[in-house]
Design a protein around this ligand. Structure first.
Ligand code: ATP
Ligand code: MG
Length: 561
């Protein structure tokens, strides 16, 4: 596993160096970038890298960044995705201002430019069936062969192309191709397809069009129309750059953008292919695009990850030209760092074990003071009820403790956070021999957590008052995949972790958590960071574990990571 080499200094990278040089050379008066998603799925953490780069660069250079939907394939695109993408970019903290654009806004102009190429003898209508066209494309080592339709007259090409637009032909009957060079070393230059027939309703243009430009034909021209100066994309488009430049050179475009490629973000234990993520959703393997186990921004938001953590993470990864895989632990580290600053502390018992304080008067309770956030005194204090019956965590008690276990066991004294010293006197068991309750005593002189005689205890436990606690469902998430390189053995689905979701239904929370705001981060002391899920209702609290307090991946990563 390699990590991307960090930029020389934080926030510096080869893209910014290029822009500096362009500005110094007087090539650009303004830096204009764009983030160009295809609305065929939700944005994921990989897109966050492209968003932070494009919007970040524009901000730093006082330019602008457009949000442009590359909506050239109506078969897979939906309004739901357009809405989700806008929501997620905004949530991540970026603003496209008035520059919300769609490739479909340019369909008319792109069409005119296609005719321009035909008139210049640089494009032709091809009737070859797709399969034959593929065979004639050649390979990396063999040149392609010219289509028998390649030398049609300009007039015939124009006529056919117009009739394609009029809807005269069925899907797949004909395409418009650029006339470049079937022997080009770069396969993308072997007469690439510019337009295809698709009788499909488009989310924005409806039934107006039945021919649609390909990504290659739409992308660079859209950039040029918008005056994009630096068209930043991922490395898989490097081989498309000569075509991008060819089109820009051969068309009367209003500006000349330049394309630069950077490495995609890859994370171990994670799949960032939209195709695969779509399958997870459509096959019901997850509850939806925002299932908190998904790597989508919608899921991360629902899970409680603050946008600042994503921006910090992306910055720490940097922008490089070499592909690599980033350790998910690095992302979790950024999440903890961000949450530690903002999350208020609360007590919650995930797997409750009831304890009875035998010498505490029945029917009485008192209030103890607790600190809301030791990182931020301005968050103040709160009061938490204490009484005779409490819950502690099941795994904070062992009847026959091994060496090194300092928490509760028969005869052992521990501190209850913000409260008293308690000593376990007895464990009550049911007929099956399972421990149901602990009988304890407390020392009234230790209120606030210290003994006047100076005696020490070795453990401090969190707890909640049974009479006051709110019951909650808590959802614990584990990696969606059980190997660091999902799909490496050939099948993504085979690598899905069947235990990626663990639902606890008997958890007990201190009363203040009953009013938790959906999505707002809290730290459950000793447990991790959590937030109320949007499934939460007043009579049914649901919390997500955003991330544990420590690196939980160390074990899963094992030697393989
Ligand atoms: P697919 O998964 O179907 O290949 P995509 O992830 O490339 O699609 P787009 O909507 O085309 O989806 O992506 C929009 C932009 O985000 C593109 O410029 C793309 O290069 C960039 N992008 C996508 N995935 C990543 C990634 N993992 N890291 C960095 N940038 C990415
Ligand atoms: Mg893409």
């Amino acid at each position: 596993m390699t990590r991307e080499t960090a930029a020389p200094e934080p926030g510096r990278d080869f893209i910014r160096d290029i822009i500096d040089r362009d500005i110094a050379a007087g090539r650009n008066s303004e830096v204009v970038t764009r983030f160009p998603p295809e609305p065929n799925g939700y944005l994921h953490i990989g897109h966050a890298k492209a968003i932070c780069l494009n919007f970040g660069v524009a901000q730093e250079y006082g330019g602008r960044c457009h949000l442009r939907f590359d909506d050239t394939n109506p078969v897979k695109e939906e309004q739901e995705y357009i809405d989700a993408i806008k929501r997620d970019v905004r949530w991540l903290g970026f603003d496209w201002g008035t520059h919300l654009h769609y490739a479909s806004d340019y369909f008319e102009r792109l069409y005119d430019w296609a005719e321009h190429l035909i008139n210049a003898g640089r494009a032709y209508v091809d009737d070859l069936p797709a399969e034959e066209m593929r065979m004639m494309r050649g390979t990396l080592t063999e040149p392609g062969r010219n289509s028998p339709y390649r030398d049609r007259s300009i007039a015939e090409n124009l006529d056919l192309f117009r009739r394609m637009r009029e809807g005269e032909f069925p899907n797949g009957a004909r395409v418009l191709r650029a006339k470049i060079d079937m022997a080009a070393g770069n396969i993308n230059l072997r007469d690439p397809v510019l337009y295809r027939i698709l009788h499909a309703e488009h989310p924005r243009t409806g039934a107006k069009w039945c021919i649609y430009p390909t990504y290659d034909f739409a992308h660079g021209q859209s950039d040029a129309i918008e005056g994009v100066s630096h068209s930043l994309c991922t490395l898989e488009f490097e081989d498309h750059r000569p075509l991008y430049d060819w089109l820009i050179e051969n068309l009367p475009v209003p500006s000349r953008p330049r394309q630069y490629e950077f490495a995609r973000l890859n994370l171990n234990f994670t799949v960032l292919s939209k195709r695969f993520l779509t399958q997870l959703v459509s096959q019901g393997r997850v509850s939806g695009w925002d299932d908190p186990r998904m790597p989508t921004l919608a899921a991360l938001r629902r899970r409680g990850v603050p946008p600042a953590a994503i921006r910090d993470f992306v910055r720490s990864v940097g922008v490089a030209r070499a592909n690599s895989t980033v350790d998910i632990a690095m992302f979790e580290h950024a999440i903890r760092e961000a949450l530690n600053r903002i999350a208020q502390r609360r007590m919650a018992v995930l797997r409750p074990l009831r304890i009875l304080i035998d010498n505490y008067p029945p029917g009485v309770s008192e209030e103890l003071e607790a600190v809301n956030n030791p990182e931020d005194p301005a968050c103040g204090r709160r009061r938490i009820p204490f009484g005779r019956e409490l819950y502690i965590e099941q795994d904070d008690f062992i009847e026959d403790p091994p060496k090194g276990f300092y928490r509760l066991s028969p005869g052992r004294e521990v501190r209850l956070r913000y409260g008293y010293f308690v000593t376990c006197r007895d464990a009550v068991k049911n007929a099956a021999g399972e421990i149901t309750d602990l009988i304890c005593t407390y020392d009234p002189a230790t209120r606030g957590g210290n003994a006047p005689d100076g005696r020490k205890v070795r453990a401090t436990l969190h707890w909640v008052s049974a009479a006051h606690a709110a019951r909650a469902e808590i959802r614990l998430y584990d990696p969606l995949f059980n190997r660091p390189d999902p799909g490496a053995a050939g099948d993504f689905f085979a690598d899905l972790n069947p235990n990626s979701l663990d639902v606890l239904t008997e958890s007990r929370l201190e009363p203040a958590l009953a009013d938790a705001v959906v999505g707002e981060a809290v730290q459950f002391e000793r447990q991790g960071y959590f937030c109320a899920d949007l499934d939460s209702a007043p009579n049914h609290l649901v919390f997500n574990r955003t991330v544990g307090l420590r690196d939980s991946w160390a074990k899963a990563r094992g030697g393989a990571g």
